[in-house]
Design a protein around this ligand. Sequence first.
Ligand code: PEP
Ligand code: MG
Length: 580
Amino acid sequence: MGLVIRGISVSRGIAIGKAQLLRPDELEVVRHTVPRLLIDEEITRFRVALGKARRQLRAIRNRIPRHTPADIAGFIDAHLLMLDDTVLTEAPVDIIREQQCNAEWAVKTQCETLVNVFEEMNDPYLRTRKDDIKHVVDRILRNLMGPDNAMTGGKGHDAKDRIIIAEDISPAEVLIMHHEGVAGIATRFGGPNSHTAILARSLEIPAVVGAPHVQEFIQMNEMVVLDGRQGTVLALPMPVELQYYRKRQRGEKRRLQELKRLKDLPSKTLDGVHVQLMANVEIPEDIPVIKKVAAAGIGLYRTEMLFINRDRPPDEEEQFQVYRKIVRAMKGAPVTIRTLDLGADKSLQEAQRHHVVMTNPAMGLRAIRCCLKEPEIFVAQIRAILRASAFGTVRMMIPMLSTLQELRQVMNLVEEEKKRLQCQRKRFDEAMKIGGMIEVPAAAMAANAFARRLDFLSIGTNDLIQYTLAVDRLDEEVNYLYDPLHPAILKLIRMTIMAGQKAGVPVSMCGEMAGDPRYTRLLLGMGLREFSAYPATLLEIKAIINSSRLDVLEKSVKRILRAETQEDILTRVETLNSLH
Ligand code: PEP
Ligand code: MG
């Protein structure tokens, strides 16, 4: 049997191909003392390297294919901005002068300082920014250390049909590789929230990150099988293993083809109940994918992507243009725009600059709390959403509500902005629906009260699970406790669905649980009639819905809801899934 390396699955699909080790050797930086007389020369050498790095990144940016999502170019812009930031342009110069050391050492020292600051941050978004620093510093170092180490970004190692094996990969590199036709990506570092992972998913490149020693075990040009669904990398597969994976690959392709036939069919149970299938969207460029699976609308548009990777938040006009583009593209189908769900009390870039460290960001000033604290940013977003509502069916959704007081504040702000827009003779949909996410246990328990005051509810299981079970959804150490089938989670979901039914308002689910086919029948039986999930999974969910009988499911689910242990629930859910 070949060697199996396990990592974290971040983008599904099977890739089979030859390994391309990217930058196989770590740069070894050694310290030299630079005589005082030559310090200025050393500083010039540093500045020249910085200039080269900038030119390379600009060249990469110019090579981005035209249809590439704008946010992706944003990643490169962020790296370019870093190359202009004094923490990278001036601090190394000070170090060269103070320590009389070579430029490489100064850059490495400064990089370590910055990485330490980021590593101490609790916020996962901010923590991943340390990867960006490393990528940028790596580029400067390679320019300092001469042509042998130079990195032009894609050039010199054609990624076509290759499986890239690397310690880490920058978003800029992913882009170039995608352009070259890369088959898959496996890295030693990285997490599911890194920009690289987000990109791999959105570009549909099978990818595994956090695969320990992947670079040491796999040699250049070796045959590799990457299983993005299982999160494994198999080196030197035996012929029989290759055969197995090729078969699975063909099977996946066939299955996708078969699923495509469901595209234009209604999503309806065997006993005739319609179920809404909506898509989760990260960037406006996801829209063509939504069309491919014929989603009934957008159930969650996470607006955060518009706000990260930049110095200042987008203003009302910029947001309006983006929202309107999405709304127009959806041609009257509902577009649920979630208001900003950032994790710190400042906009991300500001938080980074001031090194704001929160002891417990998930429970701190996040999402609506943050918006109400900084109404200026929030009001601009509300106005942009309202204005976009004149061009289609827009629904505004508030994340992380925990009290009615928050809701009242939001409603007051919306009313004020409606009046202001009227005075300014700007169009908007007077009846734009406003909904709330149920993702804090308190909100689920008070779902009746929220349902009476809102037009719709949407269950955010990702956070509902983490807050209910007191399990950080990003912490590998306690991941084993993160279980959607915990009886407490099922009770809270059920309470929310019932609250919606009682108040006559629709209840959707937009957390990952909604996109996981293992839970589709359970959720149907619990009364869920609207699922919102990443587009690639929607047809699979539809296939399950269309092969289910609600009357049967409802009976079984009643028993499941009475079960006390997760094992018992799991067994019953598996039985439910095996029903024909
Ligand atoms: C959720 O919490 O389930 C959700 C959809 O929101 P996010 O994953 O963006 O926190
Ligand atoms: Mg959430």
